[in-house]
Design a protein around this ligand. Sequence first.
Ligand SMILES: [Zn+2]
Length: 333
Amino acid sequence: MVNYKELGLVNTKEMFAKAVAGGYAIPAFNFNNMEQLQAIIMAAAETKSPVILQVSKGARNYANQTLLRYMAEGAVEYAKELGWENPQIVLHLDHGDSFETCKSCVDMGFSSVMIDASSKPFEENIAITKQVVEYAHQYGVTVEAELGVLAGVEDEVAAEESHYTKPEEVIEFATRTGCDSLAISIGTSHGAYKFKPEQCTLDPQTGRLVPPPLAFDVLHEVEAKLPGFPIVLHGSSSVPQDEVDTINKYGGKLEAAVGIPEEQLREASKSAVCKINIDSDSRLAMTAAIRKTMAEHPAEFDPRKYLTPARESMKKLYIHKIVNVLGSDGKAL
Ligand SMILES: [Zn+2]
């Protein structure tokens, strides 16, 4: 049993309270490998932004949960080496699917866990979430829960269609479970194919697909029911079209990939939304840079030669999100 405090990590409690009051959101970036983690920490250290490192089920299968935990411990020391004296780094389990998974993460030093029982009936979701909260809170670990269903595919979380969160359920859910934050469904979606072309309209100027707007009415109703309660948005990549174009130019085949417009996420950041999850955008940035470098330097076979531009590209993306979309820069001085 290791407590996260021994690793120099922080939980989300104070971070979220400040973000809600200050009208900004904390970035939650998923990581699976060293280059991605380096890029996240470099971006957070450079902008002095609090940051949430997220580990999904897919990441645990790919990289091993124990290794990822030690990488996060290393990330705290790395941040200090980069000159960030007081790093505010959360290690968070993304989409925990059972009490046992959440418990094992709490026990190995995660500072925050998500229990996602949103596909279960309301009463069952409450019961499982409450069990996780009771365990995690003994160790100061914060708990994110989910109400409502997001569409799309993210690692092993998949749903055919979304169901918006029902605002009338949120008070009862938050009160009975004691969760610290709540992921809601207002039209964001997992993956790089968030919307079918028939759900979108066509921008005549750019020829690009424009997705349907987020359900801000649902968000505002939730905020009215639970004033100041931290709200989380999953599936909030914007799928930058220049990255998609680069991937396709160098042999990729991404058709009709559509994300959430950044203006809408910026607007959401100013509300009680205090955590925004971004994963696909970093995958796109990495893939685009690797494809381009490999195409331009076909004789190169040293992975460091194509992973260096990939890491640079991810770092640039993370800084852009922190500064221009979430507004969390300078909040962890
Ligand atoms: Zn998610």
